[in-house]
Design a protein around this ligand. Structure first.
Ligand code: EPU
Length: 418
């Protein structure tokens, strides 16, 4: 296992290029299961999670090749319809093959994901949605077996709360179903719209892109796609916040500022200077940061995937901040580790009350999930002294070349074998 060693309290300077979004690339790769021929997906980040999704597709019979950041995938010779426990347990997003496999093969068997470090994370919305499209479902030995008679049929799907991968799974099932499907209270995340764009490029008929009501008219066949993965808004946000904690001046390039409305506004009210252009952001921290309150919400609200990183910024702000997590029930695992670095944080139900202090101090800390790990990096960059972050395989699931990118910004960071 690898660990990161970070000598903090050095300002970040220069330029960082944002990669394609993990949470967009995963459903785009899964959607290649819907049509024969070679699909082309540009700007795919090379991450542990995208590799896992490709390994899963290989077990189903797909072929793929990578040319730089462009991925070519062919699913002509599918010979298996099962996503095994071994793959699903390493990456919950494997559940994204459920909808497209059912639509293409008429049957599928996918392991139930189980809980994870940030909460129980059920998949009941995915299953109910597929039932509404005519699927027959059974749960056996930890697996969901789904089948459709001749084909799926259009239906109405309503989510109690908007689910990102739930919306994506139902979209991928509905595009080949007979008749009309309406998804109400659909997730509006940009990653869902990226998938809608890919499906439309394949010949799918979808209305309501970017809204909470998606209407799909099923078609009988789709053609291979060519699509570009959107920039990673969570990676973008993580670098913006890192400048907030460590200080400095950085240009964040190849990003999409319009995908970060709430973060940019919040960082500005905390005192950061952020200049926006179409595909880049310039960020600097002129003075000490002011405390702000945040509450995580579905898009376009404040993203839960940036809650841990923003909390680090608040540990160094003037005053008290209240951070409320409304999406996942157990997403404060970073708090205990941040306290080891001197942070003053109290948890009260689903809120964390953060009292700003002068400085964080380096310590040995442990990463528990992807975004918690990112928050420890952001903390370590600002902390006085050396921080050792172990179990960084979590980080490698979602941040392409984080060590190289931080080194290019002048951070003193290196990877070592534990
Ligand atoms: N929910 C249910 N039942 C379901 C599905 C969801 O109760 O069947 C609940 C969840 O427990 C949660 C809420 O609905 O309280 C929203 O969860 P959602 O389904 O939107 O989450 P997800 O699709 O499993 C994606 C991202 C997560 C991100 C969340 C929220 C991917 C591959 N994952 O997860 O990303 O936190 O949306 O924005 O897109 C990460 O990248 O670190 C990460 C965890």
């Amino acid at each position: 296992m690898n660990k990161l060693i970070i000598e903090g309290a050095h300002k970040l300077q220069g330029e960082v290029r944002i990669s394609g979004a993990k949470n967009a690339a995963l459903p785009l790769i899964a959607a290649t299961l819907l049509a024969r021929g070679w699909h082309t997906i540009h700007n795919v980040p090379d991450l542990r999670d995208t590799r896992t999704m490709l390994a899963l597709l290989e077990t189903l019979g797909a072929e793929w090749k990578r040319e730089s950041s462009t991925l070519l995938v062919n699913t002509d010779s599918l010979n298996n319809f099962e996503a095994s426990y071994d793959l699903v347990k390493t990456m919950r997003a494997s559940i994204l093959v459920l909808g497209p496999l059912l639509a293409r093969m008429g049957k599928t068997r996918v392991s139930l994901p189980g809980g994870c470090a940030i909460g129980a994370r059920p998949i009941d919305f995915h299953l109910q949605g597929l039932k509404n499209l005519g699927a027959t479902l059974a749960l056996e030995e930890g697996y969901v077996t789904a089948s459709a008679k001749k084909h799926l049929t259009g239906g109405n799907v309503y989510f109690d709360v908007p689910s990102v991968t739930g919306t994506e799974n139902i979209l991928m099932a509905a595009v080949l179903a007979k008749g009309e499907t309406v998804i109400k209270n659909a997730a509006r995340e940009p990653e869902v719209s990226n998938l809608v764009d890919m499906l439309i490029s394949m010949g799918a008929r979808i209305d309501g892109r970017g809204t909470d009501r998606l209407t799909i008219q099923g078609v009988t066949r789709l053609k291979p796609a060519e699509i570009t993965t959107i920039p990673d808004r969570i990676e973008t946000g993580t670098y913006l916040i890192a400048v907030g904690t460590a200080g400095g001046e950085v240009s964040v390039t190849h990003c999409n500022p319009s995908h970060l409305p709430s973060l940019i506004e919040k960082l500005r009210s905390a005192g950061l200077i952020i200049k926006e252009s179409e595909n880049s952001l310039f960020v600097s921290r002129p003075a000490k940061v002011q405390s702000i309150d945040i509450k995580t919400q579905p898009y376009p609200g404040f993203p839960t995937d940036l809650q841990a990183q923003l909390m680090v910024l608040m540990t160094l702000a003037n005053g008290l901040s209240v951070i409320t997590e409304t999406i996942f029930e157990n997403r404060f695992m970073h708090v205990a580790e941040l306290k080891r670095m001197g942070a003053e944080i109290k948890i009260n139900g689903n809120s964390a009350i953060v009292k700003g202090i002068k400085q964080l101090k380096g310590a040995r800390v442990m990463a528990t999930d992807l975004r918690a790990s990112a928050s420890l990096v952001v903390a370590a960059l600002a902390a006085h002294g050396v921080t050792e972050i172990s179990r960084i395989y979590h980080l490698e699931r979602g941040y392409e070349d984080i060590v190289g990118k931080l080194q290019a910004l002048g951070a003193r960071v290196r990877k070592e074998q534990e």
